[in-house]
Design a protein around this ligand. Sequence first.
Ligand SMILES: [Zn+2]
Length: 403
Amino acid sequence: MRDTTLLQQALGLAAPWTVTRSDFDAAAQRLDIEIDFAAGSRFTCPSCGATDCPAYDTERMTWRHLNFFQHQAYLNARVPRVRCDRCGIRKANVPWARPDSGFTLLFEALLMTVVSAMPVKAAARLVGEHDTRLWRVIHHYVAQARARSSAATVTRVAIDETAARRGHDYITLFVDIDRARVLFATEGRDAETIEAFAADLAAHGGDPDAVSEVCIDMSPPFIKGIAENLPNAAVTFDKFHAVKIVNDAVDQVRRGEQKSESLLRGTRYIWLRNPANLSERQRATLDSLPTRYLKTARAYRIRLAFQELYDQPPAAAANYLKRWYFWATHSRLAPMIEAARTVKRHWDGVLRWFDSKIANGLIEGINSLIQAAKAKARGYRSTRNLKAMVYLLAGKLDLGLPA
Ligand SMILES: [Zn+2]
């Protein structure tokens, strides 16, 4: 068996394509495989599918293929432009690569596997290609897979924003709670963001009117966007976000009081934690403070009581929250009164949790995948790259890659 026959079988080539020769350059660590078609071969028109088109002329092309051990391997061929009776002159497709890609399908499959496991820059170094070429491949497969993906069953959505880089740009993520997958990622965090999601949902076979539950933070643009674009959705305000608002009030009280109360210096992180999570040293510090007299300690107890809302039986929740609101608004602690009023303005959505039981932090694994996407897209030049990586890692997409 000649080496060309072996290579032909390894590449899975079928007529009219054959391997005509291979050149192995040990010094350059490079294997070049020449592929050609027999004179008089007929080709399929890429536009209309007519199968009997003759070659009109050819263009020589090269594709990076899977390494041959440590050597880079390339396929080379003259690709015909075919003359179709219906369509005119069209460049034929080859079975081993996508049109206009400089990589074979198998090499692209390898790339997609590698970039799921390491930063794109590192993957680029590993295969010896510039990362912009890898990003082009990533964008292609993610876009194709997204185009095929269905949102037909989506009814419960968690909406959360994440800083894209150093707090500058934001992307908003829409998560299908029931399948724990990112449905949509987009720049911005305003009402139009929700509108864009509703349009994307409809474009993927989903129905904005069928969305019955959403979980968001207390962002006014989100509230407005949901009312306008997801009209049947009941809003649950994310409980971690609600607790954070009350927690921030504790921090403000502490900052104000610390100016005249030196005992509070260095205690900031004690008040931000839950008692069960304090270190031994923090616990000892807390025990040594005259908590009965400190405003900060009073604010802290109000915060702990707010958290305990979520441990109440559903039937008791509304009354519990009323009592808490009374306590907080009579605390004579301005930041806490302000936080309580914020809770009051979002009353139904806070209590909605007792029916929906949905929260953004509960979307198991998604947030860690987003962090991983940021790490893998490190050095990304655009939020477009970050979004593609989010879809790749957290979108549960079927990439349809050759095995
Ligand atoms: Zn045609």
